[in-house]
Design a protein around this ligand. Structure first.
Ligand code: FAD
Length: 623
């Protein structure tokens, strides 16, 4: 056949995981094919039109540091940007942007179409080509066969997707898109560990039918921050405000009155939903003492009147949806443009994955995104870039790469997924990371860009900017160390303004910067401080590193203590029933989880420190 049918890497699915995976593999120079249901929906946001937030923004910055598309696309599509937790410490500060859906899709599609080594093809994949326990390619709906050394599956909510609105349900991947039924059946036949989750979305509203005068306006930050390390606010389109309103007791009564026809409360929906994005009916039932719940009224884009009422996700019958929406202040005349719904879908138990996101059962087959039991665009994109990189490495016969828990939220997420599994859709929070102070949004580039360059996913332009920034930080830190000032010899007013009272002796500028109340910009106004750096990103880094040096050093010591165990590899073929001294419960857990390292074994719930000592002895003996 003339059409190319032999690839290094095939990616199935053009959502947030699939697009990052395909772009990463192609950036590595590998011949990559992205197969998706519909080219028009590449980069489609299935639910809320926003990117980032606490924990999630960290993942977006990490994807960006590895050369990924999400942050840069958000800079081109974002219609409102905010830094959340801006008054708190740098570890928990997070960027969040409201995005114009259409502009976001265009930004992603533009990148895919201009990416060398990447082929796009619109076709549903119905089957995998397997030879024993190795994947060799895929077969599409038309019976076309494409071969590859590695395949990344990122089918999102589409596998055996079932949409619910009240008592009605129908098969779909999400509203308006076909489900993936044949592939789901095939994956069940090859005995991958399948389970069901559900998620939901609110009805969309025509903004012209709302009364904004009774809502609270929520503007974005001014100046608006950029998401990408290479981005700038000059790239942002026109900015729009969001609005806040709330539910009331009447809304709650209407919801309670509809529960006898709710698929969630009549046992029709079996899958578990995301705890942290509950439906409005869940919120009313779980927090029955609350008189109201906040609703963020978010614009869907610059060229549409549709709005997204964030906070009232629901699968109640449509007549109840209309009544509950119109009971909300400012929504009395609301016209619903799309009903809210819930969707149940297949996902695969992530305990069946390696750190590289390769399945343990089938060599060369990688899973990323919602199908691994996560929820959210950012979680999907981060897994996508990792799976794309590792599919690329695997196609070249190279060792897998993955960041540790001390290097990236991406490392935390993957380790959590594959070590602990999931009982509900997994979303990222800063509280999931034990080394939070080291894993900040502001230093994602310093943590990951060099690794990305070695892997081949960071291009020359990003690398040049990164090296310049890293060198500027190091140069200025050296200078601050070498310039000493004695406040007593400075004009008193000058010294007190910048340093406060009570500094009796000579200090280096770096030591002075470590003081909580001394800012870098003020320090540079001191007589004798010299000319500081002009780049605000460089200055921010110098200030954060100086102020938190003590805490960071302590976390680094802790990391070093744990590293020893992380480097001790446990063979996947090891049958733990042969390791004497382990309890039957621990043997069963280890045989079920098959941890890759001793460190990972220690994080499995129920695996005690005593069991780790037994394993340590076993490993030493068998060396
Ligand atoms: P998706 O974005 O779903 O993309 C999957 C892609 O795979 C699609 O392009 C599809 O066409 C393609 N595909 C599937 N099967 C095949 C096949 N056989 N052949 C070829 N192509 C295929 N996240 C939140 O964080 N909060 C929420 O409140 C929330 N609510 C949601 C509500 C709904 C109704 C839905 C549908 C999703 C919701 N999400 C929510 C989840 C969010 O949309 C996903 O986490 C995210 O889109 C996952 O990205 P992904 O790349 O894994 O999959």
């Amino acid at each position: 056949m003339l059409y190319p049918s032999q690839f290094d890497v095939i990616v199935i699915g053009g959502g947030h995981a699939g697009t990052e995976a395909a772009l990463a593999s192609a950036r590595m120079g590998l011949k990559t094919l992205l197969l998706t249901h519909n080219i028009e929906t590449l980069g489609q946001m299935s639910c809320n039109p926003s990117i980032g937030g606490i924990g999630k923004g960290h993942l977006v910055k990490e994807v960006d540091a590895l050369g990924g598309a999400m942050a840069a696309a958000t800079d081109e599509a974002g219609i409102q940007f905010r830094i959340l937790n801006s008054s708190k410490g740098p570890a928990v500060r997070a960027t969040r942007a409201q995005a114009d859906r259409v502009l976001y899709r265009q930004a992603i599609r533009g990148r895919l179409e201009s990416q060398p080594n990447l082929w796009l093809f619109q076709q549903a994949v119905d089957d995998l080509i397997l030879e024993q326990d190795r994947v060799m390619g895929v077969i599409t709906q038309l019976g076309l066969r494409f071969q590859a050394k590695a395949v990344v599956l990122t089918a999102g909510t589409f596998l055996a997707g079932l949409v619910h609105v009240g008592q009605s349900n129908y098969q779909a991947g999400r509203a308006g898109d076909p489900p993936s039924i044949t592939l789901a059946q095939r994956l069940r036949e090859i005995q991958l560990p399948v389970k069901r989750f559900k998620t939901g979305t609110p009805p969309r509203i025509d903004g012209r039918s709302l009364d904004y005068s009774v809502m609270v306006e929520q503007p974005g930050d001014d100046p608006a921050p950029a998401f990408s390390f290479l981005g700038s606010s000059a790239q942002h389109p026109r900015q729009l405000p969001c609005w806040i309103t709330q539910t009331n007791l009447r809304t709650h009564d209407i919801i309670r009155g509809g529960l006898d026809r709710s698929p969630l409360y009549t046992g029709v929906i079996e899958g578990v939903g995301p705890r942290y994005c509950p439906s409005i009916e869940d919120k009313i039932m779980r927090f029955s003492g609350k008189d109201s719940h906040q609703i963020f009224v978010e614009p869907e884009g610059l060229n549409t009147h549709e709005i997204y009422p964030n906070g009232i996700s629901t699968s109640l019958p449509f007549d109840v949806q209309v009544e509950l929406v119109r009971s909300i202040q400012g929504f009395e005349n609301a016209h619903i443009t799309r009903p809210g719904y819930a969707i149940e879908y297949d996902f695969f138990d992530p305990l069946g994955l390696k750190h590289s996101l390769e399945t343990k059962a089938i060599q060369g087959l990688f899973f990323a995104g919602q199908i691994n039991g996560t929820t959210g665009y950012e979680e999907a994109a981060a897994q996508g870039i990792l799976a794309g990189i590792n599919a690329g490495l695997s196609a070249q016969g190279k060792e897998a790469w993955y960041p540790g828990r001390d290097q990236a939220y991406l490392g935390v997420m993957v380790d959590d997924l594959i070590t602990r599994g999931v009982v509900e859709p997994y979303r990222m929070f800063t509280s999931r990371a034990e080394y939070r102070l080291m894993l900040r949004e502001d230093n994602a580039d310093l943590r990951l860009t060099e690794a990305g360059r070695l892997l081949g996913v960071v291009d020359d332009a990003r690398w040049r900017c990164f090296v310049e920034k890293r060198e500027a930080i190091a140069r200025e830190q050296e200078r601050l160390k070498s310039v000493w000032v004695n406040p007593k010899l400075l004009p008193q007013e000058d010294a007190e303004r910048v340093l406060g009272k009570g500094i009796e002796r000579e200090y280096s500028l770096l030591d002075l910067l470590r003081r909580p109340d001394v800012s870098y910009s003020d320090l540079m106004t001191l007589t004798g401080a010299g000319v500081g750096v002009g780049d605000s990103k460089v200055a921010e880094q110098i200030e954060i590193q100086a102020k938190y040096q003590g805490y960071i050093a302590r976390q680094q010591e802790e990391v070093a203590r744990h590293q020893h165990y992380e480097a001790m590899v446990l063979p996947l073929s090891l049958d733990y029933r042969e390791v004497h001294g382990l309890s039957i419960e621990v043997q069963q857990k280890l045989n079920q989880h098959k941890p890759e390292t001793l460190g990972q074994a220690g994080r499995i719930s129920g695996v005690t420190p005593a069991a780790i000592s037994v394993l340590l002895v076993y490993l030493k003996r068998s060396q």
